[in-house]
Design a protein around this ligand. Structure first.
Ligand code: OSB
Ligand code: MG
Length: 390
């Protein structure tokens, strides 16, 4: 049904006289920004103390489109890094699109498809074009994506900390109305943590995210996780190992949610066909952009597999993109796009992206992603700014 709705929206767009002429990308700007995090954030493979992010600005048709890359400094989430991502955008992707015209964002995805991997770099460029394209039409991003939801439910992801501190964090976020609490775990910091949290919060929607730290040798621990009434266990095993996830899912009662393992539509198809997991975390940056994110969404809809929108501690730019994507029908579980103020003292966008009672408003200031940039602040946190011309 949603495909029909989306086709309808696309047809409306195609009949828009503004878009009879393909949109020319006149120039591109590539920045690297560095924002301190209010608190260090620890996952099983890394601790982050600042968010270093590439920012892409595309200009054309009298408008500007924005997006943000989600690679880390080190290859501790997936192999792509800030360095490889920046190089790919600067030397390959942006020169391939500047001075050219595109009728729709899918053409950008098609142009990038022959180049292997580098989903995070591709995503930043493709997402900036979605924003630009929506703005030229005077539409919000959710409208061109074909969204139908207006209520965006969110949870929080809590980094690894001492158990007593985590208990305080859980209490605070439950009180604030967040709809689900996700605990980062690592080998040796798992069952005791769950004992403590469940003792105080027996009924909350609770999940864990292992960021790949376990193997099948940890089966006893993973099996014990079945006793805590978790909504799901996120990415327990290696990022490049669907095979062992199939084995694990056949043993566990708790559903597995895949994050790192799903980087392409084919990854998702194979995971669902083989029952490697029963939910999918959709991260638009990990999947190479909104085009593939929507294809993964549609496949999950066809399989009746719930999806939710993950996060990479994005600034307001990436956060706004995530929120618009969450309006698609199958985003039926709370996502990770929590208040920006949980991570940053000052964001790069003017509009405050804050939740109230676990709901995130859809930014709607103007068109596209519906936020405006605080350029002075952005300049003050930029370590490099490059312009790519035709
Ligand atoms: O696996 O979802 C993840 C942060 C960094 C790297 C990986 C992950 C995360 C998060 C944070 O869980 C989610 C967010 O608040 O943006
Ligand atoms: Mg994850």
């Amino acid at each position: 049904m949603i495909t029909v709705v989306r086709n309808f929206v696309q047809k409306e767009i195609m009949s828009n006289p503004l878009l009879r002429d393909p949109l020319v990308i006149e120039t591109a700007e590539l920045r690297l920004i560095e924002l301190p995090l209010l608190n260090p954030f620890t996952i099983s493979s890394a601790t982050m103390v600042k968010r270093v992010a590439p920012i892409v600005v595309l200009r054309g048709g009298g408008c500007e489109g924005y997006a943000e890359g989600v690679a880390d400094m080190l290859p501790d989430y997936l192999p792509e890094t800030i360095v490889s991502s920046m190089m790919m955008m600067r030397d390959v992707l942006l020169p391939a699109i500047v001075g050219k015209n595109f009728a729709n964002p899918q053409e950008i995805e098609r142009l990038f498809r022959p180049w292997r991997d580098h989903q995070m770099a591709k995503a930043a460029v493709e997402m900036a074009f979605w924003d630009l394209w929506a703005k030229v039409q005077g539409l919000l991003l959710w409208q061109v994506l074909g969204g139908t939801r207006s209520k965006i439910e969110v949870g929080v992801s809590l980094g690894i900390k001492e158990i007593s501190l985590t208990l305080q964090e859980v209490a605070r976020h439950v009180q604030q109305g967040y709809r689900r609490i996700k605990l980062k775990v690592k080998a040796g910091h798992d069952l005791k943590l769950l004992d403590a949290v469940r003792a105080e919060f027996p009924d909350i929607h609770l999940t864990v995210d292992a960021n790949c730290c376990y193997t099948l040798a940890d089966l006893p621990v993973l099996r014990s996780m079945d006793d805590y009434g978790l909504d799901y266990i996120e990415q327990p095993l290696a990022w490049n190992d669907l095979h062992d996830h199939v084995r694990l899912q056949s043993i566990l009662r708790t559903p597995i949610c895949l994050d790192e393992s799903i980087r392409t539509l084919a990854d998702c198809r194979k995971a669902l066909q083989s029952d490697a997991g029963r939910l999918i975390n959709i991260k638009v940056g990990r999947l190479g952009g909104h085009t593939v994110a929507m294809q993964v969404h549609d496949l999950c809809l066809a399989y009746d597999i719930p999806v939710w929108c993950g996060g990479m501690m994005e600034t307001g730019i990436g956060r706004a993109h995530n929120i618009h994507l969450c309006t698609l029908e199958q985003f039926s579980r709370p996502g990770d796009t929590s208040s920006s103020s949980r991570y940053f003292e000052h964001d790069v966008v003017v509009e405050r992206l804050e939740t109230s009672n676990g709901l995130m408003p859809i930014p709607a200031n103007g068109a596209g992603i519906g936020v405006t940039l605080d350029w002075d602040f952005l300049d003050s946190v930029s370590s490099s700014v490059e312009t790519i011309k035709a």
